[in-house]
Design a protein around this ligand. Sequence first.
Ligand code: ZN
Length: 184
Amino acid sequence: MKKIYPLELIRSLLLFIGENPEREGLKKTPERVIRSYERLFSGYKKDPRDLLTVFDGENYDEMIVAKNIEFYSTCEHHMLPFFGEAHIGYIPLKKIIGLSKLPRMVDIYARRMQNQERLTSQIAQSLQKLLNPRGVGVVLEARHFCIMCRGVEKQRSQFITSSLLGSFKNDMNTRSEFLKLIGK
Ligand code: ZN
């Protein structure tokens, strides 16, 4: 594979858009961009299995919901941010996870090149695999920079995606309880 020089790439990008990479305000920009990329795309180096401490659910069999989990991701079509809130619910069978781990789980998949649909189903599938619960529901609401500042320029449109597995898919009551708890 061809060797990549990240700082050079960003400098070329600045030239491409008609800028002067040598001017004062831009001199350190390539370094800053690379550093911010390390954070924005840190999800590739993380595995949800390392994150999640799974507990014995002690027969708790009601729905567990974490809502309004902020996330920031990057649209793989335009390399522009999309961001919003994730709502996650599941009904445990035997295993539960620490509630604080759910936002980190969202981050692992959000901090990659993504589209909203895949991000939604990866979170759901991953929980399904780790916990083998009775059911899982994931709803994502997001705004996309590629829609807000280019293309159709509809600043306020929001996109909602959902992934429902197990009882969240098959049982109407479970589904509507989840939607009610997340305020939908
Ligand atoms: Zn896009």
